[in-house]
Design a protein around this ligand. Structure first.
Ligand code: NAD
Ligand code: UDP
Length: 336
């Protein structure tokens, strides 16, 4: 039996791009997703992009018997675990749902992996675990903190994975801390399709440029940053996807608990993002400055030396690529 990579949450935004990178690199891929925030049409689109589709199982990571059957019926060499809920404000309203899905789901998955003796996992953590950092750029040894159940769920899972590694029972674990993933696949066939009003800046910009929203609200221009607006480390989702392949290679060669930032190491402000989008697409993005969003921090960007050094990986797409690809995908969504 050929060994496959199991990708939980593989029809989602980052998962689908990682599936494309895995398929293009020659891996066999099994996607497990309950489609709570994605669409199964992604599977056919991956077929168009890569010339072959991943196997798809519609199901939930909290379903023990489904997982046990999956691991019995397929030879899985590693799991890349994206499945989870990710909206910060929703997590404040529905903490139990977030802990059930993110923490409970991960425990169920890890238990099934242990039973099946599948002991390599790469987990989607987040720069949110750094809370409000004392300085930038942020290195992996900065203290962690959180201000909402979403962030807490990421910290809890990181701790569970560290405890599992400490058992010395041959686990290989990657905890990848993503900064701000944006953009879409260069093919224009897959991207981010938020349901309802987007929480994040980039989809708000593309929907405004498309006329679906009236204007972008800039959440504060009185931060201690050069233009007063918040600064983040935006990373193209295809670069991020490649980071997973680099982490997988690394873990195949090293039995380790790997914890790395995946970002570009460059910060961009909200105004810079809007200006770059206008410049690279030729579209106008009306905006208005409003008050700060509760819980937001002034600036956050990654020190990427560890990922560069250990994984030999670095992001190489710039802000213009991110804007152009996000816009191409937005136009496709309007047509479909
Ligand atoms: P996404 O919502 O597009 O993808 C997540 C996928 O998981 C969806 O397809 C959803 O249907 C699926 N899913 C959710 N709960 C599930 C469950 N119980 N069982 C099976 N499938 C389930 O999100 P994304 O942006 O691709 O994020 C992927 C991961 O990366 C998440 O864990 C997220 O917290 C993390 N992350 C995302 C960002 C970001 O800005 N997008 C930043 C840092 C970390
Ligand atoms: N932002 C904004 N308007 C929006 C959405 C976001 O001004 O409609 C700002 C936000 O305050 C932050 C940056 O854009 O400075 C990135 O926000 P996003 O929600 O995309 O990422 P996060 O805050 O989670 O890093």
């Amino acid at each position: 039996m050929v060994s496959s990579i199991l990708v939980t949450g593989g029809t989602g935004f980052i998962g689908s791009h990682t599936c494309a990178a895995l398929l293009n690199a020659g891996y066999d891929v099994i996607v497990l997703d309950n489609l709570s925030n994605s669409d199964s049409s992604v599977i056919q689109r991956l077929g168009q992009i890569c010339g072959r589709e991943p196997s798809f199982i519609k199901g939930d990571i909290r379903d023990t018997s489904l997982l046990n059957t999956l691991f019995q019926e397929h030879s899985v060499s590693a799991v890349i675990h994206f499945a989870g809920l990710k909206a910060v404000s929703e997590s404040v309203d529905k903490p139990l749902m977030y802990y059930q899905n993110n923490v409970g789901g991960t425990l169920t998955l890890l238990t099934a992996m242990q039973l099946a003796n599948v002991k390599t996992i790469i987990f989607s953590s987040s720069a949110t675990v750094y809370g409000d950092p004392v300085s930038v750029p942020i290195t992996e040894n900065f203290p962690r903190s959180c201000t909402n159940p979403y962030g807490a769920s990421k910290m809890m899972i990181e701790d569970i994975l560290a405890d599992l590694y400490t058992t010395k029972s041959n686990w290989r674990i990657g905890r990848l801390r993503y900064f701000n993933p944006v953009g879409a696949h260069a093919s224009g066939l897959i991207g981010e399709n938020p349901i309802g009003i987007p929480n994040n800046l980039m989809p708000f910009i593309t929907q405004t440029a498309a006329g679906l929203r009236q204007e972008v609200s800039i959440f504060g221009n009185d931060y201690d940053t050069p233009d007063g607006t918040g600064i983040r480390d935006y990373i193209h989702v295809e670069d991020l996807a490649n980071g997973h392949l680099a982490a997988l290679d690394y873990l195949n060669q090293n039995r380790e608990l790997l914890t790395v930032n995946l970002g570009t190491g460059q910060g961009a402000s909200v105004l810079e993002m809007i200006n770059t989008f206008e410049h690279s697409t030729g579209c106008q993005v009306p905006y208005r400055v409003v008050g700060r969003r509760q819980g937001d921090i002034a600036e956050c960007w990654a020190d990427t030396k560890l990922a560069n050094h250990l994984l030999g990986w670095q992001a190489n797409r710039g802000l213009e690529d991110m804007c152009r690809d996000a816009w191409r995908w937005q136009l496709r969504c309007l047509r479909d």
